[in-house]
Design a protein around this ligand. Structure first.
Ligand SMILES: [Zn+2]
Ligand SMILES: [Zn+2]
Length: 257
């Protein structure tokens, strides 16, 4: 939460005294770079990424807008067909590898919160039109079980969801609760992951007639997002979309969910 405090100080001019550093590489930021980087990399929180990190973290190839698989085909693509219950759309910043993977692993620690804010900014910058077209009413983070959250001291999904909502001027609420401490998804073979999370989520606030944007850091098989989607739809949500920083493109080093 320190970056928020820092942002308030920054807004009052303290950033003139402390030169801003890139949230990605910790390098110096070029002066007066707000214009050059565009609104994706800058924000009222004062968190910035340098042009090089901005490029590396946002790099991606074409994806299906519904399931997020790398695909030249229009939906429903091969990946869409594999997931029976899926969100109506999935916005992805990039592939879960290289610098983006390193950045996400850093976001799982409290010291990575400013980086999570920067990644959320890049994600919104890349997909702003899509988010607008989706007509979202409420942003909801994919929850961690409270016991894991306590151990880690932060939740990347929470940080991302709060910042995405702030940039889209939408409310953000923890409308989902993880009712069972599911084992880490990467402990399971791909085909067993759906069963591990299928009934893991409970809806704890009124989502009736709402269009929801569910936010997580990584999507591997899509089974976690699908389980969130199912729980929200059963509770009366109209449509559920999803946004993740990274999509694991079926590599052996797949992420948590
Ligand atoms: Zn950088
Ligand atoms: Zn697809």
């Amino acid at each position: 939460m320190f970056h928020r405090l820092g942002g308030r100080w920054g807004a009052e001019g303290l950033d003139l005294l402390v030169p801003p550093r890139c949230a990605g590489c910790q390098g110096d930021l070029p002066a007066a770079n707000g214009e050059a980087l565009g609104s994706a990399a800058t924000g009222a929180t004062g968190v910035l990424v340098c042009p090089s990190c901005c490029r590396d973290l946002s790099h991606d190839s074409a994806r299906c807008g519904v399931c997020g698989e790398r695909s030249g085909a229009s939906p429903p693509c091969e990946g869409c067909r594999r997931l029976r219950h899926r969100c109506a759309g999935l916005a992805v910043l990039g592939s879960y590898q290289g610098q983006l993977r390193t950045a996400i692993l850093r976001c799982k620690r409290p010291s990575g919160e400013p980086l999570a804010v920067a990644l959320a900014g890049l994600l919104v910058g890349k997909h702003r039109q899509t988010f607008t077209d989706w007509n979202v009413d409420l942003v909801v983070p994919v929850p961690m079980h409270w016991s894991r959250r306590m151990v880690r001291g932060t939740s990347a999904a929470d940080e991302l969801a709060v910042e995405i909502a702030r940039r889209l001027r939408l409310p953000c609420r923890p409308a989902l609760r993880r009712s069972v401490a599911t084992r880490m998804q990467n402990e399971f073979p791909l085909e067993a992951r759906r069963g591990n999370v299928a009934n893991a989520f409970r809806v704890r606030s009124d989502v009736r007639a709402k269009t929801i944007l569910v936010v997580d850091d990584v999507c591997t098989t899509g089974s976690t997002l699908a389980a969130c989607c199912t729980a929200l739809m059963v509770a009366g949500a109209t449509t559920v979309y999803a946004a993740v920083v990274a999509k694991a493109d079926r590599s052996p080093n797949a992420g948590d969910d």
